[in-house]
Design a protein around this ligand. Structure first.
Ligand code: AMP
Length: 392
């Protein structure tokens, strides 16, 4: 995979795919510009080296129709505040006006296209749409790691219609860290998986069996595993249709090397609300009217001991409903344990990143991934469609 520094970009028209899918407030203002800032090293490099830059991103899920609420205009405004270069906002993604603007770009100037998902062809990876995106383009650069698990036209299709392609700095950084966790992870390798849904993470759990030395399970996901074994979990959030596959995973975990850990104790509450009365239990069944909302202190201590011995850590998904103060202790305890370890630690997924922020240990994590889904898929499949497209 080429990096931008491997190519001569001076005077070239560069199509840069970024992830400017930033959260907006009710007035259309940007609530958090982390994703824009994350691509600044690549943008600055390209502009400083005289590229004529065409920047593309998606925003939200407009389902193939132009929707002013999901326009990238606020992102163009913010980008213009962050760099000294001229930033032009395009009225569309393709078409005559965009072609004219692309053509008129000077060296060191940037044109931000409208939301690529305003066209249904984007998510279908339509070749004709990809060819239009590539019109007049000399180099395709992908810096949108967080979108690279999607085989979409601006991520994958376009790569087939350009003379040269390369990864941006953010993409390279993400891949370098995740590679460490996937290809020859220094052992012990500990994977921590939490969150609400097992269904989202089945493939990654399967791929980790036999690869990771320890898989630590938390969050609502744990209750699907416990219920599948016939244990009563009260009102806990469970994916009943995943029971069978949960049993298959438990069975496989017995035959493969490595340990699969489920929580040893649980914080229960009558409802998932702030102020709810909580109770910590070690044994099942849970009372019928209570639900598991967090891992208990015994689990935190046991998981922390495993984490302390780790050399590589991958974490995705909170250990409980950490958004509610009373149910956040398990997740914060794990965040602190990860921060204290001297392992290479990779944390991905919006919720886990928020938890690390909440625990105040951001700067003690080796790598915070900008892509939750993308980092999970990379761990499971060892590559992503957007990365393969840059390599072929
Ligand atoms: P996911 O998107 O699958 O990573 O799930 C993240 C969400 O899982 C967060 O919003 C948590 O509040 C939620 N979650 C974690 N543990 C539990 C639990 N025990 N019961 C209900 N929701 C949970």
């Amino acid at each position: 995979m080429n990096l931008i520094t491997d190519l001569d970009v001076k005077g070239k028209r560069v199509f840069l795919r970024v992830d400017f899918n930033v959260p907006l407030d009710e007035n259309g203002g940007i609530r958090d510009d982390t994703r824009i800032r994350a691509s600044l090293p690549t943008i600055r490099y390209l502009l400083d080296h005289g590229a004529r830059l065409v920047v593309a991103s998606h925003m939200g899920r407009p389902k193939g129709k132009a929707d002013p609420k999901m326009s990238l205009k606020p992102a163009a405004k913010r980008l213009a505040e962050l760099i000294p270069n001229k930033v032009i906002m395009a009225p569309d993604v393709i078409g005559d006006e965009v072609a004219r603007l692309k053509h008129g770009l000077g060296e060191g100037e940037a044109l931000l296209l409208e939301n690529v998902r305003f066209y249904k062809e984007e998510e279908k990876n339509d070749p004709e749409f990809a060819r239009k995106l590539a019109e007049d383009i000399d180099i395709f650069v992908n810096d949108a790691f967080g979108s690279s698990h999607r085989a979409h036209a601006s991520v994958v299709g376009i790569a087939g219609f350009v003379p040269a392609k390369a990864a941006g700095y953010l993409m390279k950084k993400e891949v370098d860290y995740l590679k460490k966790a996937v290809h020859a992870p220094e052992k012990p390798y500990v994977a921590i998986l939490g969150g609400a849904k097992v269904s989202d993470k089945i493939e990654i759990i399967e791929s980790l069996l036999g690869k990771a030395d320890h898989i630590l399970i938390g969050g609502a996901m744990a209750y699907t595993f416990l219920k599948a074994q016939g244990l009563g979990v009260g009102k806990s959030l469970v994916e009943d249709d995943q029971g069978q596959i949960a049993l298959v995973i438990l069975e496989k975990s017995r035959t493969k090397s490595g340990s699969f850990h489920l929580p040893l104790d649980h914080v229960l509450a009558k409802s998932a609300e702030a102020g709810a009365v909580t109770r910590t239990v070690e044994s099942l069944p849970f009372p019928e009217d209570m639900m598991g909302v967090d891992i208990g202190p015994k689990t935190v201590a046991a998981y922390a001991a495993v984490i302390a011995g780790a050399k590589t850590i991958f974490w995705n998904g909170p250990m409980g409903i950490f958004e509610i103060e009373e149910f956040a202790q398990g997740t914060i305890g794990i965040a602190k344990a990860v921060a204290e370890s001297d392992a290479v630690s990779v944390v991905g997924g919006g919720d886990s990143v928020a938890a690390v922020k909440k625990a105040g240990v951001m700067d003690r994590i080796s790598h915070i991934s900008t892509g939750g889904g993308a980092s999970l898929e990379y761990i499971a499949y060892e590559t992503l469609p957007g990365i393969t497209a840059l390599e072929n």
